[in-house]
Design a protein around this ligand. Structure first.
Ligand code: AMP
Ligand code: ZN
Length: 476
């Protein structure tokens, strides 16, 4: 069996991954707060943990891995969005959840086994909070319930900080009802305009952190294998999850391995609305960047390193992926016959098993691709490698960039626009019985390396390996 090694934030070491129960390997990843489109940074943990999920499924069997990723659908940012837009919270969270799933499917992420919504677990959170009060780890004050950090001596161990450091370094909310400024909210009161649930402490809503403790407990148990998320969540969110869960279930240990991805930047700068370099996954997809290109760029940097999204990387990724797919396409049917779907080349498996070294995996794919042109077997190996990394080798996305023919010149082409134009010319010709223009256009396309198929169902175009966009100039 493949030995997987993972860098564990908890021990700050690369460790051999030994599951608690190989029959049911369990992983929890903190998911999005659903009030807006996922930005490009949000896609990073999704893709990173998707690679891990695929690896675990390969090693332990697809039916022996349980991956849970939550949706935070109760949060003050959601309330604010509802207030400013005049729309209901339910409408906003349902719409954003669907957007998220669509966008993440576009970047090749498998859906987790469970995707719990926080609002579906309020009774479980209340029960956990009651238990924490009963055991002296939490206290109720002025309609709030707070976790008493001093009651948990390990507090700060994950991120390596002491409570005093945290007080000095963090912008902690000082409130008269807190015994210690670091105490954090488990429950808070809601006014008539804010979503709220009845509880022993009055009508209110949960603090953010308790949802992950309650949902992971319900779906994975008190002790499970892997907990993941971006490293911005390490403190305070994950530190608080650990405190809540370990105090609610003493001796359980909570998660054995903690994995954190580094942040994504854009052209060397933090992505932010004020710098004008903020964009969503959907923005890129709408510009015609295939989701697989986004995935490729993400995988080209190891998850524990900051990753820089650049236009140059996007272009290179596009070219490389397209080249690989074209190689496979040369003998597509023969490859399809031999493709197994879960037979990764050993070099790819080794790279991923070594703390998810996706950039090394891509280097290995490059080597495989170099030899792939010569044999069918080589192409099958390439297809298996791509498939294991979450790229669909059968899905030969056309180079569909831009939205008008004006943008077809250069190294991109909008095949859909061309298809439309040719069908229009063809319909006209069918009426006039003069096919000169159709023939002329077809000749230019074929000369440019585009395969043209016309049938009673319409016109279909496909790029071939001989594609030369410069020759499309003739269409202008
Ligand atoms: P949020 O909805 O802000 O709680 O974020 C959802 C997930 O995206 C969390 O795992 C965050 O750590 C992660 N995340 C947010 N911003 C970035 C970024 N710039 N780079 C990488 N991951 C991010
Ligand atoms: Zn969480």
């Amino acid at each position: 069996m493949t030995t997987i090694k993972l860098h564990n934030t908890k021990t700050r070491k690369r460790e051999e991954f030994v599951p608690i129960d190989p029959e049911n390997v369990r992983m929890y990843v903190c998911g999005p707060t659903v009030y807006d489109r996922a930005h490009l940074g949000n896609a990073r943990p999704v893709i990173v943990f998707d690679v891990l999920y695929r690896l675990l499924r390969h090693v332990y069997g697809p039916d022996h891995v349980t991956y849970v990723r939550n949706f935070t659908d109760v949060d003050d940012k959601i309330n604010a969005r509802a207030a400013e837009s005049g729309r209901s919270i339910a409408e906003i969270t349902a719409e954003t959840t669907k957007w998220f799933l669509d966008d993440m499917a576009a970047v090749g992420a498998l859906e987790p086994n469970e995707m719990p919504r926080a609002t579906a677990y309020i009774p479980q959170m209340v029960k956990m909070i009651e238990g924490l009060i009963a055991s002296g780890h939490a206290y109720a004050a002025e309609g709030h319930v707070l976790f008493a950090v001093e009651s948990y001596k390990e507090y700060g161990a994950l991120s390596g900080r002491s409570i005093d450091d945290m007080i000095a370094g963090a912008r902690v909310e000082v409130a008269p009802y807190k015994r210690n400024p670091m105490d954090f909210v488990l429950w808070k009161p809601s006014d008539a305009d804010t979503p709220g649930w009845d509880s022993p402490w009055g009508r209110g809503r949960p603090g953010w952190h308790i949802e992950c403790s309650a949902m992971s407990y319900e779906l994975l148990g008190a002790h499970f294998d892997i907990h993941g998320g971006g490293n911005d969540l390490m403190f305070p969110h994950h530190e608080n999850e650990i405190a809540q869960s370990c105090c609610a279930h003493p001796g359980s240990g909570f998660a054995n391995y903690w994995l954190h991805n580094e942040m994504l930047q854009v052209e060397g700068k933090k992505m932010s609305k004020s710098l004008g370099n903020f964009f969503t996954v959907r923005d890129l997809l709408d510009q015609g960047v295939p989701g697989e290109v986004i995935r490729f760029v993400m995988l080209s940097t190891h998850y524990r390193k900051p990753m820089d999204w650049t236009e140059k990387k996007r272009e290179e990724a596009e070219k490389t992926l397209l080249g690989w797919k074209e190689t496979i396409d040369l003998e597509r049917d023969a490859v399809a016959d031999l493709f197994a779907g879960d037979n990764p080349p050993p070099s790819i498996l080794d790279a991923l098993a070594n703390d998810l070294n996706t950039s090394l995996a891509l280097t290995e794919v490059r080597k495989i691709a170099k030899n792939a042109a010569a044999t069918v077997q080589g192409k099958v190996e390439l297809a298996e490698a791509l498939s294991f990394l979450g790229f669909d080798y059968t899905h030969s996305w056309k180079i569909t960039f831009g939205t008008s023919l004006d943008k077809t010149i250069g190294d991109r082409v909008d095949l859909e626009a061309l298809e439309l134009r040719l069908s229009e010319v063809r319909s006209k010709a069918m009426q006039t019985k003069n096919f000169d223009e159709v023939d002329q256009m077809k000749a230019i396309l074929v000369d440019a390396g585009i395969e043209v198929r016309m049938s009673k169902d319409g016109v279909t175009l496909d790029v071939t390996p001989d594609f030369d966009p410069a020759k499309l100039e003739a269409l202008k």
